[in-house]
Write a protein that binds this ligand. Structure first.
Ligand code: TYD
Ligand code: MG
Length: 454
């Protein structure tokens, strides 16, 4: 008999290859390919064929379609990202770097969930005592909340079948292992198998499952990316190390939109919701400093103000450094080129740094103009007026183009106390300036820079 072949997996993106490579050909990550032993591969093939013939296609007309049953987690920001609450019987994967606050978030939602349902909190990382201490510190009520410190998948499944909780939280998927498999906990094969088993629990018993997954840069653990295609909903919990704001974003959602964000702040009493992100993003904004401009982006249906910062400095030895943090790099490079060619500023000998404050990622063209204004302000060393915001997409000829939902953005700009806003002169739809907000209509970046100089 031919020797069974091993398979190799990328722990970042889950791509399969037949031989080991230093770099994943699919996602380009280095040192993330791991081997999955031959026995596991064989087992996988047989488990697929076992289900053949058990179920049949059904006419669509006979499929009963009732709206999903949803419940609130008690955290509006999380509910918003989930598309209006968690769906009963769904599996939600919450991914994020270690220490970002995933366990804290999960424990905090228990406070509300255990008021009307039984919650089983399984932790493979902390003992029951540790969880209880943390829960006490966070002021979590304890009736209806069961703790289980366990890493063996079979024991967890047995506990769920016995307790029949409405909600199951598993923290984290990388610590759970299936004793029948040869791979080590945290390997691609293990996290896939364990997630599949939890998925069966969710669909079969109607248990709503929240699974925590670590995103690990070194690739020694399989990242949540390899699970994305299996689960109903993937949330990313993001934030910067030295910043207390945390942003929850949906990367995939079978029951809602993926463009909403939830904003939290980590304080000594755990995570608190930030219902007014614009204020948070602008807190501590420097006055009278060149290189900063405020814009308004749409995060789902919610307008959020963001501060774009740019720094231009003469480069040493003619080798310019260019970095962009929170702003799409290619788009930032395009703005730099447009500003040089159409705005007439000599930028090619400059180092160039762009930063968006508060951990937001701006991927909307509406933020273009703010970057142009911040760059021009830094180049000329002249501050942008503190009460001025800028909204508009910039084209390659330096022209300004209209953006969607402009009136909603203008209202938000006004609400946060701005009194002037640069907008594209040609706008689709009627511009309705809120009272107290002067619109400065410009048709090109040259005009915008002239306003700044004047
Ligand atoms: P945690 O939820 O354990 O992170 P994860 O599960 O994503 O690894 O959060 C850990 C960090 O959060 C830790 O560095 C301390 C901080 N933290 C607070 O600042 N305040 C709190 O009340 C709690 C519980 C944690
Ligand atoms: Mg944790």
């Amino acid at each position: 008999m031919a020797k069974a072949k091993s398979l190799f997996y990328c722990t970042d993106c889950g791509n399969e290859t037949l031989k080991w490579q230093g770099r994943c050909p699919a996602c380009g990550a280095w040192n993330t390919i791991v081997e999955q032993p031959a026995q596991d591969v064989k087992k996988k093939a047989s488990s697929v064929s076992a289900g053949v013939g058990a179920r049949r296609p059904r006419p669509m007309a006979e499929v009963e379609a009732v709206d999903e049953l949803r419940f609130n987690t008690g955290m509006n920001e999380l509910d918003r990202v989930l598309g209006g609450g968690a769906v009963k019987g769904s599996l939600v994967l919450v991914g994020g770097a270690p220490g970002i606050g995933k366990s804290t978030l999960m424990l905090q939602i228990c406070d509300n969930l255990c008021r009307f349902s039984d919650v089983l909190y399984v932790s493979g990382e902390e003992s029951e005592r540790q969880i209880k201490l943390r829960a006490q510190r966070l002021g979590i009520r304890d009736e209806g909340l069961y703790l289980f410190s366990e890493t063996n998948l079979d024991d967890i499944v047995a506990a769920v079948q016995e307790k029949k909780p409405d909600i199951l939280i598993v923290d984290s998927i990388q610590t759970i292992y299936n004793g029948d498999s040869n791979s080590s906990p945290g390997s691609v094969a293990q996290v896939k198998e364990c997630t599949m088993a939890l998925m069966h629990l969710a669909k079969g018993m109607g248990v709503t499952v929240f699974v925590v997954g670590h995103i690990n840069k070194e690739g020694s653990l399989a990242g949540p990316k390899v699970l994305e295609h299996m689960v109903d909903c993937v949330l990313h919990f993001e934030g910067e190390e030295h910043n207390s704001y945390r942003i929850l974003r949906a990367a995939k959602n079978r029951f809602g939109a993926t463009n909403e964000i939830g904003v939290f702040e980590m304080v000594d009493k755990g995570l608190v919701e930030v219902p007014n992100p614009s204020e948070a993003m602008l807190s501590g904004r420097p006055e009278n400093m060149p290189g900063s401009c405020v814009t308004c982006v749409m995060e789902g249906v919610r307008p959020v103000l963001a501060e774009v910062q740019a720094l231009l400095a003469p480069s040493a030895y003619g080798n310019s450094r260019r970095t962009s943090n929170g702003f799409d790099y290619n788009r930032a490079m395009m703005m730099l080129a447009v500003l040089e060619k159409r705005g007439g500023l000599m930028l090619s000998n400059c180092d160039f740094y762009v930063n968006v404050i508060g951990g937001l990622t701006l991927d909307e063209p509406a933020a273009d103009l703010a970057l142009i204004v911040a760059l021009a302000s830094s180049f000329r060393d002249k501050p942008v007026p503190f009460d001025l915001a800028a909204i508009g997409e910039v084209g390659l000829t330096g022209e300004l183009r209209s953006v969607n939902a402009i009136n909603q953005r203008l209202s938000e700009v006004r609400r946060l106390g701005f009194s002037k806003c640069l907008v594209p002169s040609r706008s689709s739809g009627k511009l309705m300036a809120p009272e107290g907000l002067d619109l400065i209509r410009v048709s090109s970046i040259r005009e915008a820079i002239a306003v700044l100089a004047g």
